[in-house]
Design a protein around this ligand. Structure first.
Ligand SMILES: [Zn+2]
Length: 145
């Protein structure tokens, strides 16, 4: 597994997530239609405390579960490799909840493994973003562009 993409950009609570409206809508739309959690990557760049999303990539949830997700590993690797070839890094992971968009205990474990921005889409059409800072979950601002 190639981890260099997300190891070195220093996610912090002062960060904000900058994402295009259409990208966010695409995630919310898919989430709203799905009976299981959807998931994927936010690819882009980290600059001046901003995680700027240039591309989103849906990855199959191999658990096919309404309450958990695990990205299909081969698809994950392929997506990261392809993004890196275009000079983009993993700035975030998104997934949906069939309840409120608040990190679960399981998400907290995932956030330790993947210390990037975690964007969660809720069943009510809302979306929130979180980072892990010093072991604690902090919400960060989502700015639409
Ligand atoms: Zn979750």
């Amino acid at each position: 597994m190639n981890r260099k993409a997300y190891q070195n950009h220093g996610v912090s609570a002062f960060m904000e997530l900058v994402i295009r409206n259409e990208h966010l809508n695409e995630i919310l739309e898919k989430a709203g239609k799905s009976s299981v959690e959807i998931c994927g990557f936010l690819f882009g760049r980290i600059t001046d405390g901003k995680a700027i999303v240039e591309e989103i990539r849906f990855i199959p949830n191999r658990l096919n579960s309404p309450s958990a997700f695990e990205m299909e590993p081969l698809e994950m690797v392929r997506a990261i490799d392809e993004a890196e070839e275009r000079g983009l890094e993993v700035v975030g992971i998104f997934h949906s909840h069939l309840c409120a968009p608040v990190p679960s205990l399981r998400d907290l474990k995932g956030m330790r493994l993947w210390p990037v921005v975690w964007l969660i889409a809720g069943s009510d059409g809302s979306c929130r973003a979180f980072v892990l800072e010093e072991g604690k979950i902090r919400e960060i601002k989502i700015r639409l562009k």
